[in-house]
Design a protein around this ligand. Structure first.
Ligand SMILES: NC(=O)c1ccc[n+]([C@@H]2O[C@H](COP(=O)([O-])OP(=O)(O)OC[C@H]3O[C@@H](n4cnc5c(N)ncnc54)[C@H](OP(=O)(O)O)[C@@H]3O)[C@@H](O)[C@H]2O)c1
Length: 322
């Protein structure tokens, strides 16, 4: 791979895009471009086409999306479906028109059916109904995967779709209205640890959504960035690859790990009236691993560094506006 290739990272300010940019820069890539959503609204087809006409990137990494947890998905179905469709359609069609050689599309494990066998293999796509809590987002991402497959079939281009498991790390979203489970827990445990009631007594109890029983897999975003760079530097033989750590644990076990990292000693109450989401979600990432990519950051190490980032960035951590 030529280190002078012009690489456009769509969503370069996000958790995933910024991790990819950091890694590419550290590996000597010199021509990385990005635009914020204010500078270039990727839902605007004409603006995206004009940008590609002017910049003609050699490589596009699509890490731009409307992203959020269960609450955000249920509250804003239209925007989770349509914003994501519009952004990815505009990026893929302009990349084809202006002859981008390589396109890396980032989706998510929620593209797979709710009750698919576990661990989830790439071939289970479209074999059953989706989890309803995030089907809007999932359907948009499935369309993106099929568009990548169609580009390869029609034009033989090196376009590829990567489906990461649940990600976490620096630049995560810690806004309780829109965040995913892991950063939400970090914030809740931290706030419980430091808060005081009217009598200046510690208020250490924390309430978490759901039963605590669902099984989940987590991957540090820097490991995902390494997978993206691996896909960029190699011609992968297929169009779709899962990216996970291979380690699954109960939400209640994750809560205990985060309590330890944060130093929270109070009780946890699980609110079972709130949805759990899908009962189990573990990716089978052997297809990409067999080609040479492997995750390196353990959950324990990743939680410590993410908590450190949270503490350093509390004043300005992301407040996502829908
Ligand atoms: N987070 C996870 O756990 C996870 C798991 C699996 C897959 N993924 C995938 O990874 C990708 C990135 O996720 P993330 O967690 O990094 O999300 P994020 O931190 O919310 O970042 C999303 C990025 O998308 C950009 N964006 C959103 N709407 C836009 C618009 N209308 N026009 C231009 N840019 C727009 C934002 O730009 P501005 O900052 O400039 O507004 C932001 O940089 C997504 O495709 C997601 O599906 C994430």
């Amino acid at each position: 791979m030529n280190k002078n290739s012009k690489i456009y990272i769509a969503g370069h300010r996000g958790m995933v895009g910024s991790a990819i940019e950091r890694l590419l820069k550290s590996q000597g890539y010199t021509r990385i471009i990005g635009r914020s959503s204010k500078e270039l609204d990727l839902r605007n087809q004409i603006a995206v086409r004009d940008f590609f006409k002017e910049q003609k990137p050699d490589i596009v990494i699509d890490a731009a999306a409307k992203v959020g947890g269960i609450l955000a998905n249920e509250t804003y179905p239209y925007s989770f479906l349509m914003d994501n469709l519009q952004m990815q359609n505009n990026l893929i069609s302009s990349s084809l028109e202006f002859e981008t050689n390589k396109f890396i599309f980032l989706g998510s494990s929620c593209i797979y059916p709710k009750l698919a066998p576990q661990p989830l293999k790439e071939e289970y796509l479209l074999t059953g109904p989706l989890e309803t809590t995030n089907e809007w987002y999932a359907i948009a991402k499935i369309v993106g995967v099929k568009a990548i497959e169609a580009v390869r079939k029609n034009y033989g281009k090196d376009y590829v779709a990567l489906m990461p498991t649940n990600l976490y790390g620096s630049h995560d979203n810690f806004d309780l209205e829109t965040s995913h489970v892991l950063p939400a827990m970090i914030r809740k445990f931290y706030e419980a640890k430091v808060s005081r009631n009217a009598y200046n007594e510690p208020v250490e109890s924390v309430e978490l959504w759901g039963s605590g029983m669902p099984l989940r897999e987590f991957l540090h975003v820097d490991d995902l960035a390494a997978a993206v760079v691996f896909a960029l530097e190699n011609t992968l033989p297929d169009y779709l690859y899962n990216i996970g750590s291979g380690r699954e644990l109960k939400i209640s076990e994750l809560a205990s790990l985060i309590q330890d990292v944060v130093g929270h000693t109070g009780s946890i109450r699980y609110d079972s009236t709130k949805p759990d989401g899908t009962p189990r979600k573990l990716m089978d990432s052997s297809k990409l691993m067999s080609l040479g990519w492997k995750p390196k950051i353990t959950l324990e190490e990743g939680l410590k560094s993410t908590y450190a980032w949270f503490l350093e960035n509390q004043e300005n951590y992301k407040q996502v506006k829908m």
